[in-house]
Design a protein around this ligand. Sequence first.
Ligand code: UN1
Length: 494
Amino acid sequence: MTTFRNFIGGHWVAPSTGAYFENRNPANQDDLIGQFPASGVADVEAAVASAQRGFARWKRTPAPARGDVLRRVGDLLAARKEELADIMTREMGKPLAETRGDVQEGIDTAYYAATEGRRLFGHTVPSELANKWAMSMRRPIGVCGLITPFNFPLAIPTWKAFPALLCGNAVILKPAEDVPHTATVLVEVLLEAGLPPEVIQLVHGMGEVVGKALVEHPQVPVISFTGSTETGRLVGETCGRMHKRLSLEMGGKNAQIVLDDADLDLALDGVLWGAFGTTGQRCTATSRLVLQRGIHDQFVERLVARANALRLGDGRVAGTEVGPLVHADARAKVERYIEIGKAQGATLACGGARATGGALDKGFFFQPTIFTGVTAGSRLDQEEIFGPVLSVIRVDTVDEAFAVNNGVRYGLSSSVYTRDVNVAFRALQELDNGITYVNAPTIGAEAHLPFGGVKETGNGHREGGWEVYEFYSETKVGYIDYSGALQRAQIDNY
Ligand code: UN1
């Protein structure tokens, strides 16, 4: 059995606890990937001490030189794309086409970060006083604790780590227990690209131990967390008390709206990809389908036929369209919601049970599931399931569709299928989400645009694009008075 290590203090090291956890392939529980450190608080302490040394050096490295490292990271990720995709599919299950996309998102993020090294703009603005210069600039902050989920094992760590590093911070990465191998290769790549060793630390282990210790550590002033709204609330309470800078990406209950005038073939392809891609385990997954009355019945009929025909299996086997759920708990949660849906009077149009038979018995497979007759306000309409379960809600009007979309506590992404340009623009204005797609599914965010949601999905920050660089840097303002005299702002000039 392969034993993996943490990367702390510039070395690959065993955990202080001596304890390990197993990582198995969710498509085949007989396939043991390896054992990974179940680290303790002492490992986090050591990582923070080392990261502070790394920070002292890295913050003085010019931003364009930091960008050069990230460009090489992009090159190395591109060279290892197939290998990384295979590692990822093996540890979390989504098909290779999707894990290749996941690596590509990391490559895109690396190249964007590389060029940001030559921007990282501040502003130069006029002073209200003569012979006085005024400007702002960006400064690094310190050690950033990054806590990342299983569903985008490479892309999400890169969304956080690359901008943090480009801005001159040191990083401690705590990846999800389900995907420690991918994170290990990411750290190898960063080191090979020339990142000074103490600038990056990798601490494997459980959220309740390692994640908690990072969040509570006084020398970790920045925390970025992607995960459940429930855990995000706990992280937020601690960070609030400790005055930490915190970025949260949490739950979603994303809807695709299909109006009577829509291109139904297009909308059908969209919802199948949005709802069952990544086995529904994306923050951006389509978990509600809002259909206007005129097309409802024919759309449901075609959708059920297509959902029943999806090919489930090992994501490393060619032709697989839907992989397994990530672990037994995820499957148990989906099963609970099947019962909740039935109890609340929704109709099970397809799926609703484990997918079994042959090789499927070795993994956490679940049939693509569609509930119809779901009512706004019911639990299927309101709660995040994070699995291949789609809830169909019928509406009469555009206004009603928008109200259903907005009637949840989450607000990540939404989608509307229509040929009416007026309705399309209304959707952009009126849907309460961080991202709205027109004639495209709720998934498919690109690395160079801000990513995040409103309401209980986030806390106002965005990942990706240009905005994330503001999160990972502090604004500093400089005034240079070259008048040779005391000039009192707001007083001498008025
Ligand atoms: C997530 O589900 O947490 O837009 C991220 C998308 C991907 C990113 C999803 N590019 O679905």
